[in-house]
Design a protein around this ligand. Structure first.
Ligand SMILES: [Zn+2]
Length: 113
């Protein structure tokens, strides 16, 4: 693979290309949009494309992590009632009626009222 061109150089090359284009064409519009995206990335400190890809990958991981936390601590699920006691919908351990969270796993419990 050839050496990666830094983001700022790509922006400079695209800007040159844009100057040489008829600005009314769709291609020229696409170049402007590409420059805007790259400039935003550069503004976030991404000077090369590997950094951009790393950030996107980290972002995906954070989204998954957040979704898991949201499911556990914000979304409620009904406890189950079995043999005279209530059970956590996530870990099935015994819970006291009207406790908002399972004391064992932290799952938010919804009593459905
Ligand atoms: Zn639990």
């Amino acid at each position: 693979m050839p050496d990666q061109m830094p983001v700022k150089d790509v922006i400079a090359e695209l800007s040159e290309l844009h100057k040489a284009m008829d600005a009314r064409t769709k291609k020229a519009e696409a170049v402007v949009e590409a420059i805007r995206i790259l400039a935003a990335m550069l503004g976030e400190g991404c000077t090369d494309f590997d950094t951009v890809l790393d950030i996107l990958k980290d972002y995906e991981g954070l989204v998954k992590q957040y979704q898991g936390l949201h499911r556990r601590f914000e979304m409620t699920e009904k406890p189950t009632y079995k043999d005279g006691v209530w059970h956590c919908p996530a870990c099935n351990s015994r819970i006291q009626p009207n406790h908002s969270y399972c004391h064992r796993c932290g799952k938010r419990v919804g009593w459905g009222r």
